[in-house]
Design a protein around this ligand. Structure first.
Ligand SMILES: Nc1ncnc2c1ncn2[C@@H]1O[C@H](COP(=O)(O)OP(=O)(O)O)[C@@H](O)[C@H]1O
Ligand SMILES: [Mg+2]
Length: 244
């Protein structure tokens, strides 16, 4: 399997109060056509790593290899929608920014709004939408750039449990049906349960400065049953690795 994305010895420090704080301590990882869940304690550097993969920030050393022309979609942890624009235009805006005309951008936006179940809401404004619906818009907006790599930063952490669960299964459906351009997903999460439910592979990070504590493959067929013995066995293994 040739990797879609390679991280080669990525390091990063920040200056805080005149001191240098190391955040990433030599992260190397090859990611193929797969769904990765990245787990690690709060403040260990997960968001920083996603931002570096997306090219929003530069590593101090090391590098990120991505195929030429491959696009990266990003579902941010605290995403913002422009309140004065309709849902349709919020999703079309990044395409417009890439140089597409409004007509084509809106047509593309409609396609992804319908894929995320929002076709009836294109004329709504963000204030008229619930948290779960806004998060769907964020997903549509990330997918509409037709990325090869999709990054999601704790995408369910601000949703109520039922909304989160239905969005999880919809994202899994999109993924398993292969109806988007996405070939690799990297999802940051705090939840071991969510990681095992969704991902092909778990990447567990240490406390700051983050390095990779372990990689665990999830070979349980989907849809996965949280109450199954194999699910719980894997959960135990992950907690052991986190505690180590
Ligand atoms: N732009 C920045 N300037 C200074 N420090 C930062 C910056 N971004 C993140 N940090 C620090 O880097 C560490 C890792 O942050 P982050 O990547 O957001 O962690 P996580 O997403 O795992 O919770 C934290 O200690 C945070 O305070
Ligand atoms: Mg974060």
């Amino acid at each position: 399997m040739s990797p879609v994305l390679s991280l080669v010895n990525v390091t990063k420090s920040y200056k805080q109060d005149g001191r240098s704080i190391q955040v990433l301590n030599g992260i190397s990882l090859e990611i193929g056509e797969e769904f990765i869940a990245m787990l690690g304690p709060s403040g260990c550097g997960k968001t920083t790593l996603l931002r570096i993969i997306a090219g929003l920030e530069k590593p101090d050393s090391g590098r990120v290899d991505i195929p030429e022309n491959a696009k990266v979609g990003f579902v941010f942890q605290f995403p913002t929608l422009l309140p004065w624009m309709t849902i349709l235009d919020n999703v079309a805006l990044p395409l417009k920014a890439q140089g597409m005309g409004w007509g084509e951008a809106r047509e593309r936006a409609r396609k992804y709004l319908s894929l995320t179940g929002l076709q009836a809401f294109e004329d709504f404004y963000p204030r008229e939408m619930s948290g779960g619906m806004k998060q769907r818009v964020n997903l549509a907006r990330a997918l509409a750039v037709e990325p090869m790599i999709l990054l999601m930063d704790e995408p369910f952490s601000n949703l109520d449990p039922l909304t989160a669960e239905s969005l999880r299964s919809e994202i899994l459906d999109l993924w398993t049906l292969g109806v988007t351009t996405v070939r690799s997903i990297i999802m940051v999460t705090h939840s071991v349960d969510e990681a095992i439910l969704m991902a092909d592979k778990l990447v567990i990070l240490t406390p700051r400065p983050a390095k990779i504590a372990g990689v665990i493959e999830v070979r349980i067929p989907r849809p996965r049953d949280r109450r199954s013995a194999e699910f719980q066995k894997l959960e135990d293994r992950v907690y052991e690795l986190i505690a180590a």
